[in-house]
Ligand binder design. Structure first.
Ligand SMILES: C[S@@+](CC[C@H](N)C(=O)[O-])C[C@H]1O[C@@H](n2cnc3c(N)ncnc32)[C@H](O)[C@@H]1O
Length: 282
């Protein structure tokens, strides 16, 4: 029987967590940001996100590949003493964006493929989907990021809500290689993050119950075919599924079994009809 993941993330309060000064700063950061509507009710989670980002920035790998992130991480921790909530948020988001773009390169062949399918390069989907996923991810969940970039979104999902597996699907080998290094330095077990260096269209969604995507392609031509394909694959999936779609292009292709359960203009969420009644019909 699957017992669900053992806790493997370095919790802020665990003995392996941050040094007392950093722990204090991170907790303060969480409570300061919770004054802003986007982070209300997510005080602990946003501190956990900051802790993961700071560890990446302060690691040998982070310092070698993105030296500007180390002072940024220090400024973020220091900002709780004097900065406004907005100033703290600006530093957090800057650190997140810089780490998100690490490894953003494509071989000539990958770039040709991306262009031919009207694909977008690696842009950050933001922190709000990570925070909102709290209500949906269970220890036994399998999640997937369709077009994962360097996998930071899926990595943060595993950090905050350890679960059975996250599948990171991405066309760029360099982004995947970078994501694997981030995974190793955060100590996320290999079986929890599966990297698929392939096209989203070729991925089976039969084992997943949580799908995340941030507009991997423009919804025209081959890009439109991609969204149709994802929707078909979801129809064939045997489990109840929740879909988190940033800058949503997928929703109009999902069948009647799905209903929209949330939208704020940035993130739209859908669930299979088992959740109908809880949400707004599509
Ligand atoms: C807009 S970015 C989203 C990155 C990340 N998921 C996030 O939300 O922060 C889209 C990513 O999808 C990848 N991508 C686009 N089309 C793809 C395809 N058909 N198969 C695999 N990856 C794809 C791109 O290389 C890029 O990294």
């Amino acid at each position: 029987m699957h017992r669900g993941p053992t806790k493997m993330c370095q919790d802020i309060d665990s003995p392996h967590g941050p040094a007392p000064f950093a722990r204090h700063s991170l907790k303060l950061l969480g409570s300061r940001l919770a004054a802003l509507p986007e982070y209300r009710d997510h005080e602990v989670q946003v501190a956990q996100v900051a802790w993961a980002l700071v560890r990446i920035a302060e690691s040998g790998f982070g310092r070698s590949i993105a030296p500007e992130c180390f002072p940024l991480a220090r400024r973020l921790l220091a900002s709780v003493g004097s900065g406004s909530a907005e100033a703290c948020e600006a530093l957090l988001l800057e650190l997140y964006s810089r780490l998100h773009e690490l490894g953003s390169s494509y071989s000539a062949e990958e770039r040709m493929r991306l262009d031919s399918i009207h694909g977008y390069i690696n842009y950050p989907g933001g922190l709000s989907p990570i925070l909102q996923a709290r209500s949906w991810l269970r220890p036994e969940s399998t999640s997937v990021d369709l077009g994962a970039g360097n996998g930071l979104q899926g990595i943060l999902l595993q950090e905050l809500y350890p679960h059975r597996r996250t599948i990171q699907v991405e066309l760029s080998g360099e982004l995947i290689a970078t994501g694997r290094k981030i995974q190793a330095l955060l100590g996320i077990p290999v079986e929890r993050l599966v990297w698929a260096h392939t096209d989203i269209a070729s991925v089976s969604l039969r084992s997943v119950d949580f799908v995340y995507l941030y507009r991997p392609a423009r919804p025209t031509g081959e890009g439109e075919a991609l969204y149709r394909r994802i929707a078909e694959n979801l129809e064939a999936a045997p489990f109840d599924v929740v879909v988190f779609s940033v800058a949503d292009c997928l929703g109009s292709y999902l069948g009647g079994g799905f209903c929209r359960i949330y939208t704020d203009g940035h993130l739209s969420c859908y669930a299979r009809s088992a959740a109908k009644g809880a949400g707004e019909p599509k």
